[in-house]
Design a protein around this ligand. Structure first.
Ligand SMILES: Nc1ncnc2c1ncn2[C@@H]1O[C@H](COP(=O)(O)OP(=O)(O)OP(=O)(O)O)[C@@H](O)[C@H]1O
Ligand SMILES: [Mg+2]
Length: 387
């Protein structure tokens, strides 16, 4: 029989923290993800206390492994710094409204064993995920152009490439350099087209076997959120790994998300996966900001004729079915592919073209959802994840 979250918590209650109090009372635990007999969670402590907590981490991991039904356990120890208040400097009048709307309180509320509010990222007003149920649907291309569209709305935008299986921002933004460190411990994001960019590709060795990557997600993500000097951002766009498995779930729980954008192609199979994506975010109480249909139709570069090669309107219908907004259609077009793959995203390099316009419209809709979606998030039913 699969282990439940309650069993895990009961086992952890018997593990003493360095001060002697049960681990479950020490207010250091992240949410606990239990899925198919695999258990993940992190212990977040002050940077200065890491040494005394390492033995606790080991004991906690062993205690969880000993719970009947647990096949594997991964407990990450993360050093957390005190979250500074996100104070803002003077803002240009024409963007002040957008920025203020984004900065509205986080609607996000997790089922949390310690009732600790998930910490935000200091200086970052809103974090949104771009996700897909299925790989290769154009999630990263959409994420980059959406981020640039948000930039064009006057927002200060960051991008975090959290796709542990195939980080692609270095390619899509033609980043060859590695980020610099500040004071030997903190990383400085790379600036590209006005976006502050960090990629998991900078932290994980390309040689790391795929099988190891899932368990590394949590510590790598924590590092990218807490040990990067993001500065002041209105929005951070996260390019998530494709799929709806453990890695994605962990991520959705680790990152304080204001909402998620799901990318799908119009084919039935992709739409089934998109549906899983919507369900996953709902389960962890993250509002779905909407669905983008990518490679929606083919625009002949020669004659401009439109062909609906994968059928038409699938994602729009799916969005209706799921009761989530439909954010727009991006055509399958050679220019998008060429520009994307050569590190010159269309919104940045052809800002007056038809594709840039489409992405900017999507960005505007996303922003609308962020502004108006807070209540929807609060009203969402809270469902605790269990194996
Ligand atoms: N609208 C589009 N028109 C033409 N080509 C596109 C479009 N969107 C994405 N592509 C191309 O499709 C390929 C896959 O896109 P991308 O890497 O963005 O997908 P992904 O969903 O992030 O993939 P992965 O699952 O591997 O992370 C890339 O070569 C990209 O240039
Ligand atoms: Mg990708």
């Amino acid at each position: 029989m699969a282990a439940s979250k309650e069993q895990i918590l009961a086992a952890l209650a018997k593990v003493p923290s360095p001060g002697g109090a049960p681990l479950t009372d020490a207010r250091v635990l992240s949410d606990i993800v239990v899925s198919d007999g695999k258990v993940f969670f992190s212990i977040s402590v002050d940077a200065g206390a890491v040494k005394s907590w390492e033995p606790v981490r080991k004991v906690a991991e062993a205690a969880v492994r000993a719970v009947p039904g647990v096949q594997s356990a991964l407990v990450a120890l993360t050093a957390e710094r005190a979250a500074g208040a996100a104070s803002r400097g003077p803002q240009p009048a024409h963007v002040a409204q957008n920025r203020a709307a984004v900065a509205a309180p986080q609607p996000h509320a997790h089922a949390h064993p310690t009732d600790k509010v998930q910490p935000g990222i200091p200086g970052v007003d809103a974090v949104i995920a771009v996700a897909s149920g299925k790989g290769g649907v154009g999630k990263s291309t959409t994420a980059v152009n959406l981020a640039l569209g948000l930039r064009d709305l006057g927002l200060k935008v960051g991008m975090l490439d959290a796709d542990i299986y195939g980080p692609s921002l270095p390619k899509l933004l033609a980043i060859k350099e590695k980020p610099q460190t500040i004071g030997g411990t903190r990383l400085k994001p790379i600036d590209r087209y006005g976006l502050s960019v960090m990629s998991i590709g900078f932290l994980i060795d390309e040689e790391t076997p795929m099988i190891w990557r899932g368990p590394m997600v949590m510590s790598a993500i924590t590092q990218m959120l807490r040990e990067v000097e993001w500065g002041k951002l209105d929005i951070m766009v996260v390019d998530m790994p494709p799929g709806t498995g453990d890695a994605q779930l962990t991520m959705a729980q680790q990152v304080p998300l204001k909402g998620a954008v799901i990318v799908s192609t119009p084919q039935d199979l992709a739409l089934i996966d998109a549906r899983r994506g919507v369900a996953m975010f709902r389960r962890v109480n993250v509002p779905v900001l909407g669905i983008v249909e990518n490679m929606s139709y083919f625009l002949c570069p020669e004659c401009g004729t439109r062909s609906d090669i994968f059928g038409y309107g699938g994602a729009r219908k799916e969005a209706e079915r799921q009761g989530v907004p439909f954010l727009g259609e991006v055509p399958l077009h050679m220019t998008i592919r060429e520009k994307s793959d050569s590190g010159m995203p269309v919104v940045a390099t052809e800002p007056d073209g038809p594709h840039a316009k489409i992405y900017r419209e999507i960005a505007a809709k996303v922003l609308e959802q962020i502004k108006g979606g807070a209540d929807a998030g609060r009203a969402a039913p809270k469902i605790v994840i269990e194996a």
